[in-house]
Design a protein around this ligand. Structure first.
Ligand code: AOS
Ligand code: ZN
Ligand code: ZN
Ligand code: ZN
Length: 431
């Protein structure tokens, strides 16, 4: 395997922090043992955790107002993979990459597959893009893609999705994520029911092209770029479409795609109950689709989402396997640092959720002991599982402190020299 960072540098970094980590780990092991919990089981659980990286996340995303390019940004999909490999090497938690077409369209899919493999990476769901026009395309998406009034524009959007499936198949992906910005900016602009009928009709065409072992993830989003009525605005619409399309269609929950204060964990519980929870785009937000680092604004919400996932896993067993992906945009931080921190925060929520004493919780719920039920969740959430996460990383050959290690090895400075800035790098824009 090709390690992007010299492995002996990672080992040196770990050697310096090892004694302190072992002391912290032993202390936490004692605390957990008194609660009847085995730290070793939790560490193994943490080692098995995986969240996919968004290829578009390793470049500077920006907002719809401006984009401030960083130094050493990846200029093509191969360079994006190298950055993703760094994140995986240092966190041990991100061996999957989610590609976005046509931004990441490979000239030679087989070669890209091999390159990823040599870096220890494979491909998660591929994403189609019918929310912006590409140079030279025959029909504009200005007035919609899968829902457009123009049959030719709809057909072009369907064909693009089918092409994404074909590319993904060659890359070993097993899913297609469909997010469309279609909708209306003004009342009266479109017939609300008619738009969804056209959407379903287009999606049927895409669904028919899905290989047997693939899933289609329908991503809803409250608004933006359609500010009056987005066609797939909420989980209810997403759920109805997934039900209508069939078994292979599932719902994808991007945490930032809801109104502030929406109870997202309840949406997760509902979708899981009815077998339609396909996966996640993790990020955090204060107001809208802010695409901030996971756990940076509301880590308790992230924990509560994982608490529902732990409950669903217990009820449904190994069949319950939602896809975990990050979807963020970084305008003021180094994307590699943000993605590493986010992977760790999502993993933290996963381990904290495993700490919840579910038997005690069920007992408190049955007895209507509201205070103690709430405290049972809080106790798990308040537990600092950092030593478990760091130990999991050390045992997997990753870095005890990924960001510190990344800064020490000087990866970004090296890339700044190797990758001169390119104007209008792909993967920027709406996220
Ligand atoms: C858009 O808001 C969605 O989050 C999509 O997942 C989108 O395809 C992705 O963020 C890349 O722009
Ligand atoms: Zn998303
Ligand atoms: Zn987003
Ligand atoms: Zn989004």
């Amino acid at each position: 395997m090709d390690y992007v960072i010299n492995t002996s540098l990672v080992q040196q970094h770990n050697a310096v922090l090892r004694a302190d980590l072992e002391a912290d780990y032993a202390a936490l092991a004692g605390t957990l043992a008194r609660r009847g919990q085995d730290i070793e089981k939790l560490t193994t659980l943490a080692q098995g955790f995986q969240v996919a990286l968004p290829s578009w996340g390793v470049g500077t995303g920006g907002t719809r107002f401006a984009r401030f390019p960083g130094v050493g940004e990846p200029r093509n999909v191969e360079e994006k993979l190298a950055d993703c490999a760094v994140i995986n090497q240092l966190t041990g938690a991100t061996p999957l990459v989610s590609l976005h077409f046509p931004w990441d369209k490979p000239s030679d899919p087989k070669a890209l597959f091999e390159r990823a493999k040599s870096l220890g990476l494979s491909f998660d769901a591929v994403n189609s893009n019918t929310f912006q026009d590409q140079a030279g395309q025959a029909h504009t998406y200005k007035y919609g893609s899968l829902t457009a009034m123009s049959a030719a524009a709809r057909e072009q959007a369907v064909q693009h999705n089918i092409e994404c499936i074909e590319l993904g198949r060659q890359l070993g992906s097993k899913g297609l994520t469909v997010w469309v910005g279609d909708g209306a900016n003004f009342p009266g602009q479109s017939n609300l029911r008619g738009a969804l009928e056209r959407y379903l009709d287009s999606m049927r065409g895409i669904y028919a092209a899905l290989p047997a072992d693939w899933l289609m993830y329908i991503e809803h989003k409250l608004f933006e770029p359609a500010f009056y009525a987005t066609t797939i605005a909420d989980w209810g619409t997403s759920f109805a479409c997934a039900q209508t399309l069939g078994e292979k269609a599932k719902c994808l929950v991007d945490l930032g795609h809801h109104a502030p204060n929406t109870n997202i964990e309840m949406i997760v519980a509902r979708l899981a109950q009815f077998g339609k929870l396909g996966g996640f785009h993790f990020n955090d937000s204060k107001y809208g689709d802010d695409d901030l680092d996971s756990g940076s604004i509301d880590p308790f919400q992230l924990f509560l989402v994982f608490n529902e996932l732990a409950d669903a896993a217990l009820r449904d067993g190994p069949a319950f396997k939602p896809a975990y992906m990050l979807d963020q945009s970084h305008n003021v931080t180094d994307p590699i640092e943000s993605l590493m921190s986010s992977a760790v925060e999502v993993q933290r929520a996963y381990v904290q959720a495993a700490l919840v004493d579910r038997i005690a919780l069920a007992g408190f719920q049955e007895a209507n002991d509201v205070h103690q039920a709430a405290q049972t969740l809080k106790r798990a959430f308040r537990t600092d599982v950092s030593p478990i996460l760091a130990m999991a990383r050390m045992r997997s050959g990753a870095a005890v402190d990924p960001v510190a290690c990344y800064r020490t090895v000087g990866y970004r400075a090296q890339k700044a020299a190797e990758r001169p800035a390119k104007a209008g790098a792909s993967g920027s824009g709406i996220v």
